[in-house]
Design a protein around this ligand. Structure first.
Ligand code: SF4
Ligand code: SF4
Length: 134
């Protein structure tokens, strides 16, 4: 996603310094198989979009921040202005970070996403849906 701001503190891609600032590495949501953010969300506001990315549905998000705690990579963010969570949504399949990088340090590969919900997430999601259906 693009926040529409030139403001690193609001960006969904961050840069980590290593070894006393001698090297740096960008990081953002890995679209991890287990999708902890998605399984933690109590209202089902995180879904997989057409690009295969876990994405926040703004109209459904209630701003509880559980997903920001659940993500082990620190790549789920909370916007105090909108009171919604936000994260990388792969820009619809054409990530702006990859096209903006002047050294091609970031590249985007379109890979099979059919199993991007891991076993744990699939099992837990089924359990949550079963409880809700009662
Ligand atoms: S902040 Fe929004 S997306 Fe995150 S867990 Fe709460 S309702 Fe779900
Ligand atoms: S925000 Fe975190 S938990 Fe959610 S898919 Fe990305 S890396 Fe996984």
């Amino acid at each position: 996603m693009q926040t529409g701001l030139f403001q690193p503190s609001k960006s969904v891609i961050r840069v980590s310094p290593f070894e006393g600032y001698t090297s740096y590495a960008p990081y953002t949501c890995t679209q991890c198989a287990e999708g902890w953010c998605m399984t933690a969300c109590p209202v089902g506001a995180i879904q997989i979009n057409a690009a295969g990315a876990k994405d926040v549905v703004d109209d459904t998000c209630v701003g509880c921040k559980l997903c920001t705690i659940a993500c082990p990579y620190g790549t789920m963010f909370y916007d105090g202005d909108t009171r919604k969570a936000y994260k990388c949504n792969l820009c619809g399949g054409a990530p702006a970070c990859a096209s903006a990088c002047p050294t091609e340090a970031i590249t985007f590969e379109d890979v099979e996403t059919a199993d991007w919900i891991g076993d744990f997430a699939a099992e837990r999601t089924a359990r949550v849906l079963a409880v809700e259906a009662r």
